[in-house]
Design a binder for this molecule. Sequence first.
Ligand SMILES: [Fe+2]
Length: 519
Amino acid sequence: MPLEIDEESDGIAEVKQANKIQPHRAIDDSSDIQQNSFREFLIKNRGYILFVLTSMLLIYRNNLQPLNFLIVIILFFWAIIRLIARTTIFSKGELSRDKPSLKRKTKIFSLVISMFITFIIVSSTLFLNFSPQVGGDSLPYEVSPNFRDGTFHNLNPTDISSGNVSFLELLVQYIVSDDHRSPNIPLPTKEFEKLNLEADEISITWLGHSTLLIHTNNVTIITDPIFGEDNMDPLFFGPMPFIYQHTYELQDLPEIDYVFISHDHYDHLDMGTIKELEDSEFFVPLGVKAHLLRWGIDEKNIEELDWYDEINISSELNVALTPSQHFSGRGLFNGDTTLWASWVFNLNDKSIFFSGDSGYMEEYVTIGEKYGPFDIAFLESGQYNEAWNNIHMFPEEVIQAGIDLNATTILPIHNSKYELSLHHWDEPLERVTAEGERRNLSVATPMIGESFVLGKTIPNRAWWTNVSDGPDLFLKDNLIVGVIVVPLNIVSIVWIVLSLKHNKSLNRSIEKVTNSEEE
Ligand SMILES: [Fe+2]
């Protein structure tokens, strides 16, 4: 039967070419490698490449970065699968390595995914069990009324996840990202300057998140110290700290006499910083001592306390460990085996409260009655979300906590250093100051690194409102890019459709040629 193909048609040359290699091509034909060169790949897939690039650009311009992250992961796996398809793995019975069957593709995909999941599980498990950063294993504290069935408990039963937001809602919230969860430029900060103090004055310096330097002429204390510019543990993908205009090093501060830790989460207890402070005295909630011991801190320099334990440290300084509503843990299997807490300091006859991490709790009234009124309360105000509102306070609750504690002034902490939740980086400061004004409670908002004397001045400049979002980003903000990206995306789709149609007719022609040859 004569071959019924128009010799003038576009397809004939390609049919002849394709017929040379299809469908009985030898698996180890080296011409495959040449034909599938990178250049040829780009030309062959130009429609798809343009579609992926313009789609990713559209996603980027619409603040859906996690979707782009997902696309990159899918492309990565797709490339790995294609590379493996070129080897002899699972190729038994296959006619061509260049066109793996669906069965072979599925086998390769399963292999790659299982290897990837195994790698993640094994490396995380090894790290979270054996890395020194995870800390030590604390002993059971049967004597504590807060320790039951192998773990510590909040005063009232508390679910870490509130159940107010479904997993799907949370996922959507996460995917619909925006530019303001962290600042786009280095945050304006102040260089640390040690103040000259009168005999009984107290200097306070907030160094970001929950790190506070408090000193008199005789005593220097620090809370939840985290220094360095590394990402937050536990793994290499932990959040990076925001970039500050100034960097703070322990050696630039007065010598630290006493270190107070609220709980063992990584954004409050940092192995590197603790090691640097090895000559200081440490005061920690029950169980946290095990971490410090593993990091080489001398046992005689560590004091462990339970809720409402009090210690007279010096003639100027008395402290009490007080409750918070939170949880603890650094590894896979040690959740809630160490206690979480807030601290009360009585320094030079001034009362100071440090909340650590906490959801709003009625116990603030009790703490206020027992140790208040407070001259200042450092209250966590940041990293809140409806999904976990039992363990972190909303800014409005922060003000209520300040009122419950009978605090003259509150200072919002636990913000402006890490992006651990979904709110804008400056929202906690905005909301807490607005609510403070509404409820008539004084809110101190020093810049990071700015020192002030307690009771003398209350820094309250809204320093965060002058922070620009940084220069326009060409790909994100440029008008011309915005105008051409949509038409280009449409062109890429048309290109793909035409290419698919072309391939279909080409395959039909190949089939005809093959059939006629066989006949
Ligand atoms: Fe925490």
